[in-house]
Design a protein around this ligand. Structure first.
Ligand code: ZN
Length: 313
């Protein structure tokens, strides 16, 4: 006779078999009670300015404070753009350094991701902060039209950024603005310029790029296991679609991005008061999908990043 006992205290699966007299007991630890969701907060971006919303952080001090509030609300990863004194997007490594240092000090373990994105920044400067060796950096693996410009990422430029990230052990977040970019990322892995498994982000809702259609997300997700085996993924939507993509990602086991970079409104009636307010809403939604906001250490384990205080090897 076998008696099955399920214990739920450990996140680690195991099934030792205990024997007592004629009885054998097989003990299973259940999977974690819920599946962690990494909440990324994109605090600033390139577009929103103080005239659009007073909540957007643009100085390093504001960015550190806003990130800290988002961290307390459940964000475990911060995506960072910096601005100059006139709120214009900047690639100044000194600004990235100040913000990164402040976040490391005030938000222990939070994953720091610098943007190599293009809006308003010279192409030859976009990777100019990578020597600071953040945990992660964004990497768009192709070009696409944005509403009023070409988001330009030629093949040799992408190869160059990928090589720096590989050599400096910076984990890229592959930005998928168009379906072709997922296959281009796989080619980078094949050529040894990126190390699998990758982390990808599907971005929907930018005019002229991927539209907000659930069928497209499902198609991309159906391709992912074969194209980029073991990849982890986040989905991001712009404007009012931010919340839509949060729901779609939570329901499919993906990770979520929120923040004022992509959306400055809380709802149709008012602006968001802070990045923290947007993060708190996603954190609260997690339970509806049997998820919970990932702690920094859970997020690091999911993404294969070193634990806090462990240097990279
Ligand atoms: Zn960005």
């Amino acid at each position: 006779m076998t008696v099955y006992v399920v214990v739920t205290f450990s996140p680690h699966l195991f099934s030792p078999c205990l024997r007592l007299g004629g009885l054998s007991f097989r003990v299973f630890a259940s999977p974690p009670m819920t599946n962690p969701c990494i909440i990324t907060v994109a605090i600033t971006g390139s577009l929103p300015c103080k005239k659009d919303t007073p909540a957007v952080p643009v100085t390093p001090a504001e960015q550190i404070e806003s990130t800290h509030e988002a961290f307390e609300a459940g964000a475990s990863l911060v995506h960072i753009h910096v601005r100059d004194a006139d709120e214009v997007p900047s690639s100044d490594p000194a600004l990235f350094a100040v913000v990164g240092e402040g976040i490391r000090k005030h938000c222990p373990g939070m994953i720091i991701q610098y943007s190599t994105g293009g809006r308003g920044r010279a192409m030859d400067e976009r990777g100019g902060m990578l020597h600071l060796e953040p945990d992660m950096a964004s990497l768009a693996t192709g070009s696409v039209n944005f509403p009023t410009m070409i988001y330009e990422n030629p093949p040799d430029f992408v190869d160059g950024l990928a090589t720096i990230m590989r050599d400096r052990k910076i984990k890229p977040e592959i930005e998928i603005f168009d379906a072709a970019m997922m296959y281009a990322a796989a080619d980078l892995v094949k050529r040894g310029l990126l190390i699998a498994p990758l982390h990808v982000q599907f971005v929907m809702g930018i005019k002229n790029a991927l539209p907000v259609r659930e069928s497209i997300l499902d198609f991309l997700l159906s391709e992912l296991p074969e194209v980029l085996p073991e990849a982890t993924w986040t989905a991001a939507g712009t404007g009012r679609h931010q919340l839509t993509l949060n729901h779609w990602a939570l329901s499919r086991g993906g990770h979520c991005r929120t923040g004022l970079e992509d959306n400055i409104r809380f709802d149709a009636d008012r602006l968001a008061t802070s990045n923290g307010e947007l993060v708190a809403r996603v954190a609260a939604m997690c339970a509806d999908y049997d998820r919970h906001p990932a702690s920094p250490s859970e997020a690091r384990a999911i993404l294969g990043l070193p634990s806090v205080g462990v240097s990279r090897v």
